[in-house]
Design a protein around this ligand. Structure first.
Ligand SMILES: N[C@@H](CCC(=O)N[C@@H](CS)C(=O)NCC(=O)O)C(=O)O
Length: 212
């Protein structure tokens, strides 16, 4: 059975849980605490030398890191994968946008907000700039989603999953989505997809175990 190493607080991990739910796949869930450094133990670093969740482990021991690479792998040959060359390229365009222009601002500010008073001053000083760049990413999405129901044309797919994960909790990092009606309508469309699970929905207790 597939095994997912993840922390429930992580939007990157949620992307993978959300796609696995849509695909109806069972998997073993291993919780790894990112705040206490469980991603940096020798045991975990053997699975991902980059010391980060999510990591998908296969029965033969191979491990795949990077949330969007995992989405791409799992979606292949499913309804969530883009069909032709152009939609594949557009999907990758949005997934790279997510990693370079969205996640470093919207996800990181959410994580920093969770740290509260523990946030080091050097990082607190970066908040205004990261907030401005996060709003720039939302502006890009708003303009695009004003003209199309999903990020890549008419069909819900892995680009939507990749960007939904942190956009729907952007408010937790201090972002106000009230000025983004097209983004909010898209968030609702994603939530309405059959098979959708919320971020705090973990696989059944029997499939959940603590990291070894
Ligand atoms: N680009 C990676 C980012 C992964 C990442 O930043 N993971 C965070 C949680 S969201 C993590 O494991 N942090 C723990 C650490 O850095 O030790 C992806 O998309 O999977």
């Amino acid at each position: 059975m597939l095994r997912l190493y993840d922390d429930p607080i992580s939007g990157n991990g949620y992307k993978v849980r959300l796609l696995l739910a849509h695909l109806g796949r069972r998997y073993d869930y291993r919780r790894v605490d990112i705040v206490t450094g469980e991603t940096r133990t020798p045991d975990f670093l053997r699975r991902n030398p980059n010391g980060r969740i999510p990591v998908l482990e296969f029965e033969d021991g191979r491990c795949l890191a990077e949330s969007n690479a995992i989405l791409w792998y799992l979606a292949e040959d499913s309804d969530f994968a883009p069909g032709d060359r152009w939609t594949r390229a557009q999907t990758l365009q949005w997934m790279f946008f997510e990693q370079y222009s969205h996640e470093p601002y919207i996800a990181v500010l959410r994580f920093w907000a969770h740290l509260g008073d523990q946030l080091p001053p050097a990082q607190a000083a970066q908040v205004p700039e990261r907030q401005a760049k996060g709003y720039q990413a939302l502006d890009v999405m708003e303009r695009h989603l004003d003209a199309t129901p999903f990020l890549v044309g008419e069909n819900f797919g892995v680009a939507d999953i990749a960007l939904y994960a942190y956009t729907h909790v952007a408010h937790e990092g201090g972002f106000d989505l009230s000025g983004y009606p097209a983004v909010r309508a898209w968030l609702s469309r994603v939530m309405e997809q059959p098979g959708h699970i919320a971020m705090n929905e973990l696989p059944k207790a029997s499939a959940v175990s603590a990291a070894e």
